[in-house]
Design a protein around this ligand. Structure first.
Ligand SMILES: Cc1cc2nc3c(=O)[nH]c(=O)nc-3n(C[C@H](O)[C@H](O)[C@H](O)COP(=O)(O)O)c2cc1C
Length: 345
């Protein structure tokens, strides 16, 4: 019987357990230069000491106007490699592997003067109307994803996650709600995402798996559902994805066509559907911070890895406490052993 504290391996990526810290923007590049600050290093390092198997560094943008805000992390110049390397090296000391989520916010770039997207459709009444990308600009965008991936590999990451979820640029192309183009990118909604996957893959060593984060369903009226996301994800798989990270929503104002579940584990059935259809490793995420619940996702083989977001913001030692409650304290650093039950008399 497989458990959340068991090791996991795909290609050359070896994890000491099945727990992932998912990407979570910190908006902490205070000089608006996309650079890593002390905050980022302490933030990720404390979760590494806290025993998590894989950290996926927050949404890191491939160009300045691809940022949600000007405080986002970036990988659009080689000068940004060193900061990411510092996070990676710090976490590696404690046996935690590190990935990075590379992204473009598209029409959700709040600080861009004129954001770009698949089509000129604003997110809501208060948002700027984006400019439709030309075909040559789309080709340049694919190349920018490739260059960001090259920099991430140079920084020493163990894996890369492409952000195809939460209503950002790749999602904007793959959804008929936000993509009204008449050209090849409108006829084939997964073309842009597939090109990004293939281009990023070229930068990865053969031993490095590629993760893609997908919104499995949309909540807007007439948005796409699970059948469609499984269909377009088949194209991403063919283009080179090794692991899917399954989330949902983000394409429009919440409540305009449904609501994300508020119950624990509400996205797990989507992760399970991806696992069953593609037979590749899948990360489940979303309200899984209850220890027994998180373990049950792995035990029931609904997913291969479990990501804990807000639970890990509240408690960097989530992994240590979870493992201790499951009567397994193998991840506790020796400096902290006296605080955990195996050692309490
Ligand atoms: C502060 C914060 C920042 C986030 N930033 C990102 C991000 O950069 N990229 C992303 O894909 N998801 C982001 N998310 C979503 C999380 O990765 C995760 O999917 C979500 O919080 C649900 O998991 P949870 O219930 O364990 O928190 C963010 C969530 C939070 C709370």
């Amino acid at each position: 019987m497989v458990s959340i504290v068991d090791k996991f391996q795909i290609k050359g990526l070896k994890l000491k357990n099945r727990i992932v810290m998912p990407p979570m923007c910190q908006y902490s590049s205070f000089a608006e230069d996309g650079q890593v600050t002390d905050w980022h290093i302490q933030h990720y390092l404390s979760r590494a000491i806290g025993g998590v198997g894989l950290i996926i560094i927050e949404m890191t943008d491939i160009e300045p106007d691809g940022r949600i805000t000007n405080q986002d992390l970036g990988l659009w110049t080689d000068q940004q490699i060193e900061g990411i390397r510092k996070i990676v090296d710090a976490c590696h000391q404690y046996g935690t592997k590190v990935g990075i989520q590379i992204a473009h916010a598209g029409r959700k770039a709040l600080d861009a003067q004129v954001p770009v997207s698949a089509s000129p459709i604003a997110y809501d009444n208060d948002s700027k109307t984006p400019r439709e990308l030309t075909i040559s600009e789309i080709e340049e965008m694919v190349e920018k994803f490739g260059q960001a991936a090259r920099r991430a590999v140079a920084a020493g990451v163990d894996t890369i996650e492409i952000h195809g979820a939460h209503g950002y640029l790749i999602h904007q192309f793959q959804s008929h709600y936000t993509n009204h183009r008449q050209d090849i990118y409108g006829k084939n909604l997964s073309l842009f995402g597939s090109q990004v996957v293939a281009r990023v893959k070229r930068e990865l060593p053969d031993s490095m798996p590629l993760i893609m984060r997908i919104s499995a369903i949309e909540y807007v009226k007439n948005g796409y559902g699970l059948t469609e996301s499984l269909d377009f994800s088949a194209d991403y798989l063919k283009a080179g994805v090794d692991i899917f990270h399954i989330s949902s929503g983000g394409e429009g104002p919440i409540g305009s066509g449904g609501q994300p579940g508020v119950h624990a584990g509400y996205q797990v059935p989507f992760a399970q559907a991806f696992k069953e259809k593609f037979n590749v490793p899948v990360i489940a995420v979303g309200k899984l911070s209850d220890y027994q619940l998180a373990n049950s996702v792995i035990g029931n083989q609904a997913a291969d890895l479990v990501a804990i977001g807000r639970g890990m913001l509240r408690n960097p030692y989530w992994t240590l406490e979870m493992a201790d409650q499951l009567k397994d304290s193998q991840f506790v650093p020796k400096q902290y052993e006296r605080a955990f039950s195996r050692h309490l008399k």
